[in-house]
Design a protein. Structure first.
Length: 398
């Protein structure tokens, strides 16, 4: 899982090294040698999946893949989505994920439980089955993944009663899941209490891309709302079906699954028709996604040029000005400078203008603009730990 990024991508290798230093265990070595049972342990699985997902994200950015209109992540994936949206640095995200995993594992050890997937029954039908079988025990819908794919979480004995009630209501199968606890259920309440102080002090900022939240299935653009929803997510339902439908209603027609596996792509296909699903699960997938989106962008630009040409003369030249990025030249902490040039629209820079510097100990590497352009957004904040090739600022040439 994710080893090809570390073996063939220098940026990913450095990212894994920093993750190992933060976690206190060797991430790459664990991915290489751990048994399947070890990799399923929450305190290992969650930081590892987060790191692999961010490595894939950085590879997509380095390949020139344009920024998305929206981001979303399923459960743990919401944290890598926050990194993609510029709301959280990799370093801060990793620490939050590690603390979250520890809190969830402790809660699971204190109140044992598990999860089961109910197939072939609507979310409303599963809710009826849960109500019929709970019998004063903890049992709740945890993940509404796709039509006919709903996960229930709760105490063991309540889960044992679930299949009979679900099948009576029309479910095809009820499949116990091999997980370490009753996640996304009230049994995780102690985890919220443990995790909340870490969440409150995390350097979360307003995302530059709307984040479609698990807890509400609505786009969120404010850091404080995200902070509250990340805590609520631990004990609440992951509204993935609603989230996918919401993004489709907002005009999203291409979904890129970033990170290990292709499960989400399959769920999206079952939820909305007429969308394109791309997967960046490994280095080969990243290259395929970059090529597919580049081809799409070229086609869109050609169509726009034809449409403008058909409007007749005197319309003037139409130029598509996609955003470009300033990236980190090295490893360290990024410190931006205040723009000194302004026009009526926004700050801008000329070729060679200083955008900031990356500091690593006594060394300092200047970050300069390679072209003239407006400063659209800062995607790394002051003092953020950055890796080579990581996007720092979004610029629009003019």
């Amino acid at each position: 899982m994710g080893l090809d990024f570390a073996e063939f991508d220098e940026t990913a290798a450095e990212l894994y090294q920093w993750a190992s230093a933060c976690l206190g265990w060797d991430l790459a070595e664990t991915l290489r040698t751990a048994s399947p049972d070890e990799l399923r342990q929450t305190y290992i699985a969650q930081p590892a999946i987060f790191c692999v997902s961010v490595a894939a994200l950085r590879a997509l950015e380095a390949a020139g893949v344009p920024r998305p209109a929206y981001v979303a992540g399923h459960s743990l994936g919401e944290f890598s989505a926050l990194v993609a949206a510029g709301a959280l640095s990799f370093e801060a995200g990793l620490l939050l994920v590690a603390r979250r995993a520890e809190a969830m594992q402790r809660a699971a050890d204190a109140r044992p439980g598990s999860m089961s997937s109910v197939l072939g029954l609507s979310a409303e039908g599963v809710e009826m089955a849960v109500e019929a079988t709970a019998q004063d025990q903890v049992l709740a819908v945890a993940n509404d993944n796709a039509p006919g794919n709903v996960v229930v979480s709760g105490e063991w004995t309540a889960l044992e009663r679930l299949p009979a009630a679900a099948k009576e209501l029309g479910a095809k199968r009820v499949v116990p899941l091999n997980v370490g606890g009753a996640f996304h259920s009230p049994l995780m309440a102690p985890a919220v209490e443990t995790f909340q102080p870490h969440l409150a002090s995390a350097p979360l900022r307003d995302p530059s891309i709307p984040v479609v939240a698990n807890a509400t299935a609505e786009p969120v653009t404010e850091a404080e709302e995200l902070r509250e929803l990340l805590a609520r997510q631990l004990t609440g339902r992951v509204r993935w079906t609603e989230s996918v439908r919401r993004m489709a209603a907002l005009g999203v027609d291409t979904f890129v699954e970033v990170g290990p596996g292709t499960v989400l792509g399959g769920l999206i296909k079952r939820t909305v028709d007429g969308t394109r699903i791309l997967s960046a699960a490994n280095a080969e997938g990243v290259a395929a996604v970059a090529d597919a989106l580049r081809t799409q962008a070229d086609g869109d630009a050609a169509d726009a040029a034809k449409a403008d040409a058909g409007k007749g003369e005197g319309q003037g030249e139409v130029v598509v000005l996609p955003e470009r990025f300033a990236v980190s030249p090295g490893h360290g902490r990024f410190y931006p400078v205040t723009p000194s040039r302004y026009d009526d629209e926004r700050p801008y820079v000329e070729p060679g203008d200083l955008l900031g510097e990356v500091r690593n100990g006594a060394a300092s590497i200047p970050v300069r603009s390679p072209f003239r352009g407006w400063v659209m957004a800062h995607l790394a904040w002051e003092g953020e730990l950055v890796t080579p090739g990581q996007i720092l600022l979004s610029l629009r040439p003019f």
